[in-house]
Design a protein around this ligand. Structure first.
Ligand code: GTP
Ligand code: MG
Ligand code: ZN
Length: 302
């Protein structure tokens, strides 16, 4: 019998089986997967269960359509799996309270490109009104559609926005990502009344948001809607990415790559680089380019 993992704590798993959730443990030996990871089974995995002596055990993992990971720590080659078999990822960002750095947005978008996961941005907390936040919001709302990304100006406290979002997530397995305090749990509570997710109270003096939840977890709605929360997970990482692949994960660079003089151009200081020309001409945003360089530097550390 097969089920879907909805929660993993490392020692036991919660698995959706025939419409109800059961607890399962992992059998000692399981087919090793390609990625070197600290955890073999992850939320969203389809697993084969066996029932023996009133206990469920996971005996196999089905092949994944995709899987998103993070590095266990900055320098290690070990990865922690975060979620698998995602239909659509939603990055939740906020210009203020707390502020989402653009570097975080661009890293997440590039990661989603690398794993071929469709991605949208919810730019949340549109009800908050300050000149600084509004300027930043406007900038993001202009930048991303130009590159081809879907970005939506929303408030998770606005019932009309929630109604719209409900349609977008229906019958899908969706991943919610975003820095602590942007509103992931708030959204889950609004979409799935009854899930009763603990919501952060942000300390006014810090505006940082604390991590109120700790494990990636899947919440189940009607009609096979599955929503995965990733509390406190900041650094999604790219596995097996070579430096010359990074520009392929920036859609506005991808189409120009063939016009660089050198086919192995990394677009840093090579002559006759079409990407650098595009940045100088304003065709590619300086901020996106700077964030490209950041990711390039990171994957170059071997
Ligand atoms: N003003 C305003 N506040 C919001 C909005 N959405 C969420 N919040 C508030 O933001 C705070 C943090 O929301 P959470 O849902 O706990 O954030 P989170 O992303 O789950 O945070 P972590 O679990 O720490 O990763 C709460 O006080 C929410 O009420 C919004 O659209 N407008
Ligand atoms: Mg939360
Ligand atoms: Zn180049």
């Amino acid at each position: 019998m097969k089920g879907i993992v909805t929660k993993s704590t490392g020692s036991w798993y919660r698995v959706l089986l025939d419409g109800k959730e059961v607890e399962a443990r992992l059998r000692g030996k399981i087919r090793t997967l390609e990625i070197k990871s600290t955890n073999p089974v992850v939320v969203g995995d389809e697993v084969t269960l066996e029932y023996n002596a009133q206990e469920y055990t996971i005996s196999a993992i089905s092949e994944r359509h995709n899987c998103i990971v993070r590095k266990s720590n900055k320098l290690s080659k070990q990865y922690q799996l975060i979620a698998a078999n995602i239909d659509h990822a939603f990055l939740i960002a906020s210009p203020a309270k707390p502020h989402t750095p653009q570097g975080f947005i661009d890293r997440f978008l590039a990661t989603a490109e690398a794993y071929h996961i469709p991605v949208s941005i919810f730019l949340n907390k549109k009800d908050l009104d300050s000149r600084k936040a509004n300027t930043h919001r406007k900038m993001l709302l202009e930048l991303y559609p130009n590159i081809g990304y879907d970005i939506q100006n929303v408030s998770f406290l606005d019932p009309n926005d929630i109604a719209q979002i409900k349609i977008q997530v229906a019958q899908k397995s969706v991943l919610l990502a975003g820095n602590s305090g942007v509103g992931k749990s708030t959204l889950i509570n609004a979409l799935l009344p009854g899930s009763n997710q603990k919501v952060n109270t942000i300390s006014a003096s810090y505006d940082k948001g604390r991590h109120t939840t700790t494990f990636a977890q899947m919440f189940l709605g009607e009609n096979n809607t599955r929503i995965i929360d990733t509390p406190g997970i900041k650094d999604f990482g790219m596995v097996h990415t070579e430096p010359n692949q990074v520009s392929h994960y920036f859609p506005e660079m991808k189409n120009l790559l063939s016009q660089c003089k050198f086919s192995n151009c990394l677009h840093t200081e090579e002559p006759e680089c079409r990407i650098i020309q595009a940045v100088e001409k304003g065709e590619i945003s300086v901020s996106r380019y700077v964030n490209y360089l950041g990711i390039l530097e990171e994957v170059s550390i071997k």
